[in-house]
Write a protein that binds this ligand. Sequence first.
Ligand SMILES: Nc1nc2c(c(=O)[nH]1)N[C@H]1C(S)=C(S)[C@@H](COP(=O)(O)O)O[C@H]1N2
Ligand SMILES: [Mo]
Length: 201
Amino acid sequence: MATRGFEGRRPPAELADRIPPGQSLTDGFPVLSAGPTPRIATADWAFTLKSGPRPIKKWSWAEFQALPQTKMTRDIHCVTKWSKLNTPWAGVTVDDLLADAGIEPATPFMLAHSYDGYSTNVPAADLLDGKAMVATHYEGKPLTPEHGGPARLLVPHLYFWKSAKWVNGLQFTERDEPGFWELRGYHIHGDPWREQRFRGD
Ligand SMILES: Nc1nc2c(c(=O)[nH]1)N[C@H]1C(S)=C(S)[C@@H](COP(=O)(O)O)O[C@H]1N2
Ligand SMILES: [Mo]
């Protein structure tokens, strides 16, 4: 019998090539937050796209819902060593946000910002071409507050700390500026296939 739960289980052989080095599968969906869960009513929610200090475009919840909605089912990988396969999300791709704002990527780097003060840096190339979205739904239902609702960033091909919960903005930056966990020793990029867990990996 395989041991299930938070410790994870060994992947069946046919799934082994979907599990990055050092990771185990979980069927659950652990909640990991640096602080308390903020409760943001959709009526109070807004999302801002910035280039440096300059706001480019701001969407209310209603305006955001009117953008093209995309479904994305992906495997996710947490630096605390759990992976979860086939997680089904829906929301707005970063490509569609830039298209609605009418801009091309302003700089090669971005910072995601959140209602709890969290931030995380991601190269723009890792957010574009359908690689990432601002997710508002999980398993067909509105995203719960614990998992980042009303909206979270989803960057499934990087470690899950890059998927900022309670996200309220994306900002183009001139340099790759470390965010909350990157300032506290996590890797600047966070590719699970290269085991980029901590600074220097
Ligand atoms: N705003 C915000 N986003 C966050 C975090 C956080 O503390 N605040 N934790 C990160 C970490 S370390 C992980 S592993 C994932 C966990 O997401 P989950 O709770 O939905 O599993 O969210 C990431 N996004
Ligand atoms: Mo994490």
